[in-house]
Design a protein around this ligand. Structure first.
Ligand code: MG
Length: 242
């Protein structure tokens, strides 16, 4: 419980300390254990084009657009941005590989936490950079009756992806609440940056290989080791954050 003890006195005082009305959830690496598949697909697809991307770098760039990710590597190895055609080829290769992998399972602890949040009468909002039309079907299959299409922000809803705060600001807007009435659950440095920039108290769950410091430096108010840990300690934590 060291992580929880570290948050007294109430850290939310600094951002207004409003009554919490909604929890905003990122999806990949928070609700689904999908990041190992993304890391595998990106690193292998890049290799096919002569670009070396270590799995850890995939985690560091989680949330960036495909094009943005590809250009980081193309600038390093080719000294220039990739052309639109190259971006498309690499992204297609990544997608094909990703789709050939077994479907990611729900993150352990995620459903436990969602049930607790629902029982408290809090809104559950999805804020993802993902751009899949079948997202709601997938969420409903894994987490039945826990999410509604009105409270979802996807890549289709925003102009700027994370680390821009726009996705989280859009989440607040859809829930019709202010930043002080929300808590974000994120796993990625760029996602944490986005949530922090939106002025929302941000819990980082470190479900990948990155060091806790990376998430703290991105602006996380609290870094916890897993979704299961967050679910198991939710009542205690929520009481302190209220
Ligand atoms: Mg994520």
């Amino acid at each position: 419980m060291n992580e929880l003890n570290a948050i007294t006195p109430l850290p939310r005082e600094g951002i207004g300390g409003g009554v919490v009305r909604a929890i905003l959830f990122d999806m990949d690496g928070v609700l689904f254990d999908s990041m190992p598949n993304h890391a595998y697909a990106w690193s292998h697809a890049m290799t096919d084009f002569g670009l070396k991307m270590e799995p850890e770098e995939v985690y560091m760039n989680e949330g960036r657009t495909g094009k943005g990710t590809i250009n980081i590597l193309s600038n390093r190895y080719w000294g220039r941005n990739a052309t639109d055609e190259e971006c498309q080829q690499i992204y297609d290769a990544k997608s094909t590989l990703f789709n050939s992998l077994p479907e990611a399972r729900p993150m352990p602890g995620a459903i436990d936490l969602l049930y607790k949040v629902r029982a408290q009468g809090l809104m559950r909002v999805i804020v993802t950079g993902s751009a899949t039309h079948a997202l709601l079907d997938r969420l409903n299959a894994a987490f039945p009756d826990l999410f509604t299409p009105e409270l979802m922000v996807t890549a289709f809803d925003v102009h700027h992806g994370k680390p821009n705060p726009e996705p989280y600001l859009m989440g607040l807007k859809k829930a019709n609440i202010s930043a002080s009435e929300a808590i974000v659950v994120e796993n990625a440095p760029l996602g944490v940056q986005a949530a922090h920039a939106a002025g929302i108290f941000t819990i980082a769950v470190n479900t990948g290989p990155l060091k806790d410091e990376v998430l703290r430096e991105a602006g996380a108010d609290l870094v916890l080791p897993s979704m299961q840990y967050l679910a198991d300690n939710w009542e205690t934590l929520f009481e302190r954050l209220r």
